[in-house]
Structures are given as structure tokens and as C-alpha cells.
Design a protein around this ligand. Structure first.
Ligand code: ASP
Length: 303
């Protein structure tokens, strides 16, 4: 989808490969972003409002819906924010924080651009961000489904033999496979009526993953990018996305004047058909999305 528009614009996604039945969650998130844009005109606040709503939804792989790590108990999350006012913040390998995107925003006001692991969690506690809610039955059921697929011979991560996860295991507890990849990050891009751009992303990471795994979502230029000509957010298998510096690559084509739909399609076409990938973007005049999978999404314009 692609639209020409000059006013404020919001595009939200719920992950490449996620069910479009959950699109109502994206619509709600886009409405929140638009309401925030009406309230103070700040594109970054609007992008964060959308991502916070998706983190709290519970059906997406972010915040309260994050996938479980292979041990079936740990949740590690990544998030990021960037805008054309110079704000850049990211968090990686974060445990037990309800809204990682709010922590990424807070990190942008520290001397650093990224915090990871225990230090990030301590900073979250220091500034009073709430802990994650208890694991839901939906999260546990998704994990059981994944273990079942890992016991089979079809690779759960394209190009990687399932047995490699057992051979490189780095948890304290043993891998318990029955006798035999989830990827649906959330993201939002916003164009403010003042011409500023912003992007926010949040993910529970890919499944399966080893402890300490970080994908593309908190890596600037890979999962997200914002510059004077637009903002881009990517979703899909981070191990593949980082090899193409996908968000910055697509942003470069937009800055060169390529129509938005064409730039997003070209970005998706960098990947083989077995790799889940999706992109959303806003430019000075357009707002669009593209994926080689089902991807719940919503796009709204300011009137
Ligand atoms: N890109 C995310 C990651 O690899 C997952 C996703 O977009 O679904 O961590």
C-alpha cells in the first residue's frame, strides 16, 4: 500500500509473519500515535505511544507478548527509538521490564545511546519503570509449539540446522526437546506536520534463540533509521537483516528520490523467499509498507 500525503502520517506494523487477525491492535496503536501527534506534534512521542500500545497488547512479540527464550523461562527484549531532533536510544537483552521502548527513550537522555542486559534493567528500576507482568498462557503455548517444530527436520530458522541450537546451548538448564521461528516484532514510523521524522521498535527477539542473542531491532541502520528524508522500520529475521544494513539502505534509496513503494519492495527483494522480512516507512510525501509475509499493519494520516 502507498499513499501521497504531506500532513502528519503514522505507519505501524505487528511483525512480518504475524497473523493479520491481530490487525485491530495495530489500528488501536496508530490511533494512539495520531492522538499523541495532535496533542503535542512530536513525532517521536507519537511513535512511542504506538509501540507502547503494541507492547501492552499481549498478542505481538514485544513487551507483554514476547517470545520465551529456548529455556522456556527467560524473556530477553530489544527496543530502539530515533528521530530527526537527534534523539537516539536503544536497549538490548533486557529482562523484566514491561515497556522496553520507554527505556530506549530514557537511554537517549543519558550519555550513551545503548544499554544492555543487567545494567539496562538496573537503569529501568532506577527511573521507576514497571517490571514485566507474569508469563501468559499464550507465551507458554507458543513456546511448546516451537519446541515441537524444533524436534522436526524442517529448519525453524532458515538456513540453520535445528541441532545447532543444542550444540551451542548456553543456558544453565538443559534443553528439553520432545522426541522430533517466531518473528513478529512491532514498530512505528511517524512524520510530524512540522517535517520531523521518528521511528520506534520493540521485540522479544526471534525464537529459537540462544541466551544473549541480539537481532536487528536495537541496531541503528539495521532495524530502524530516521533522517531528514524519512523514517524506516524493519521486521523479520535479524541475522539476515543486519547483513544488509536494511533500514539505512532503504532510507538511502528514499533520500535519492525513489518512490516509497518501490524502495520498500527493493528492500524486501534483497531476501530469499524463505526469509521473513517486512518494512514500513514514511517519506516527505508518502507512507507505505511492504512484506513477503502476512504483516498486521495500520496507516493513518493527520487531517
Ligand atoms: N527482527 C526481529 C529480530 O530478529 C524479529 C522480528 O522482526 O520479528 O529480533
Amino acid at each position: 500500500m502507498s499513499t501521497r500525503q504531506q500532513a502528519g502520517a503514522v505507519v505501524v506494523h505487528g511483525g512480518a509473519g504475524a497473523s493479520r487477525e491481530h490487525e485491530d491492535g495495530c489500528v488501536l496503536a496508530a490511533r494512539r500515535a495520531l492522538a499523541q501527534l495532535e496533542a503535542n506534534g512530536d513525532a517521536l512521542d507519537a511513535a512511542i505511544a504506538a509501540v507502547t500500545a503494541l507492547e501492552d497488547d499481549g498478542r505481538f512479540n514485544a513487551g507483554s507478548g514476547s517470545v520465551l527464550c529456548l529455556d522456556g523461562a527467560t524473556v530477553e527484549m530489544d527496543a530502539s527509538i530515533m528521530d530527526t531532533r537527534g534523539r537516539l536510544g536503544a536497549v538490548a537483552c533486557l529482562q523484566d521490564v514491561k515497556n522496553p521502548v520507554l527505556l530506549a527513550r530514557a537511554i537517549a537522555d543519558t550519555p550513551h545511546w545503548m544499554l544492555a542486559g543487567e545494567g539496562a534493567q538496573r537503569f529501568a528500576r532506577a527511573i521507576g519503570l514497571p517490571a514485566s507482568p507474569p508469563l501468559s498462557e499464550r507465551q507458554r503455548a507458543n513456546h511448546r509449539k516451537l519446541l515441537g517444530r524444533m524436534a522436526g527436520s524442517v529448519p525453524v530458522m532458515p538456513g540453520i540446522d535445528n541441532s545447532l541450537f543444542a550444540r551451542t546451548w548456553n543456558y544453565k538448564t538443559p534443553l528439553e526437546l520432545p522426541q522430533g521461528s517466531a518473528c513478529d516484532t512491532v514498530g512505528a514510523v511517524v512524520r510530524g506536520a512540522d517535517g520531523h521524522f521518528a521511528v520506534a521498535c520493540s521485540t522479544g527477539g526471534s525464537a529459537p534463540s540462544l541466551l544473549g542473542r541480539v537481532g536487528d531491532s536495537p541496531i541503528v541502520g539495521c532495524g530502524f533509521y530516521a533522517g531528514p528524508d524519512g523514517a524506516v522500520a524493519a521486521t523479520g529475521i535479524g541475522e539476515h537483516i543486519v547483513r544488509h544494513l536494511l533500514a539505512r539502505t532503504v532510507y538511502g534509496w528514499i533520500a535519492d528520490g525513489m518512490p516509497l513503494a518501490q524502495a520498500l519492495q527493493r528492500g524486501v527483494d534483497l531476501f530469499g523467499p524463505d526469509i521473513d522480512v517486512g518494512l514500513i516507512a514514511v517519506s516527505r510525501s508518502e507512507a507505505a509498507s511492504c512484506s513477503n509475509r502476512d504483516m498486521p499493519q495500520a496507516r493513518m494520516m493527520q487531517r
